[in-house]
Ligand binder design. Structure first.
Ligand code: HEC
Length: 177
């Protein structure tokens, strides 16, 4: 009986500890998360944007030119959609998007948001607060350039721009010889 009661107490304590660990991890992912050190937050942000692949999707022609696009055009969004079962999404003009937030709001929004593919949300969520703020400072420093990107189109609705289809294709079966 003692063993049973003792075990019960233990398991309650254990559950509490697990729940708290979960909460701590969700609230403060940056405590144990590494962050980039650079001469300034803008420099850290420039580095993070470059290695984070943000330009590959959010900057027109970046991928096709091997990254040879002037910084003045970075992150102004791309009007070519990515279409899949989620509908059609457009890599947002981040320079316009970021204008409406303070650095702290930006961190909160990035933590809470988990929108549609192919935006790599898990990578954003894994960034420390310090790195998220650095990305914010860098994008803000570029100023609000470019045009607004087209709005998201739900599945089955008409798409009025070029788009890339993200649907696995099966290889055609080879004709029998
Ligand atoms: C594989 C392509 C891809 C990459 C790489 C990518 N994004 Fe995105 N991103 C998108 C798409 C597409 C959307 C629009 C998603 C939607 O409409 O739900 C988006 C949306 C966003 C949004 C939300 C804007 C809004 O309108 O809600 C932010 C912020 C963002 N991206 C930042 C970044 C940053 C910072 C990086 C680099 C660390 C990055 N993205 C890398 C494709 C990408």
């Amino acid at each position: 009986m003692f063993v049973l009661r003792h075990w019960k107490k233990c398991s309650v304590a254990l559950l509490g500890a697990v729940a708290m660990a979960g909460l701590i991890a969700a609230d403060a992912p940056d405590k144990a998360t590494p962050s980039v050190s650079a001469s300034s937050p803008v420099e850290a942000g420039r580095y993070l944007v470059r290695i984070g692949g943000c330009n590959d999707c959010h900057t027109l022609g970046y991928d096709q030119s091997g990254g040879n696009i002037p910084e003045s055009q970075w992150l102004t969004g791309v009007p070519v959609g990515f279409q899949g079962p989620w509908g059609t999404t457009y890599p947002t003009n981040l320079r316009k998007f970021i204008q409406t937030f303070t650095a702290d709001q930006w961190v909160q929004v990035m933590r809470a948001r988990s929108a549609r593919p192919p935006m790599p949300w898990p990578s954003m969520h894994a960034m420390s607060d310090q790195d998220l703020k650095a990305v914010y400072e860098f994008i803000k420093s570029l100023g609000p350039g470019g045009e607004a990107t087209p709005a998201y189109v739900p599945p089955g609705q008409e798409v009025k721009t070029p788009f890339i289809v993200f649907v696995p294709q099966m290889p055609a079966t080879q004709p029998a010889k």
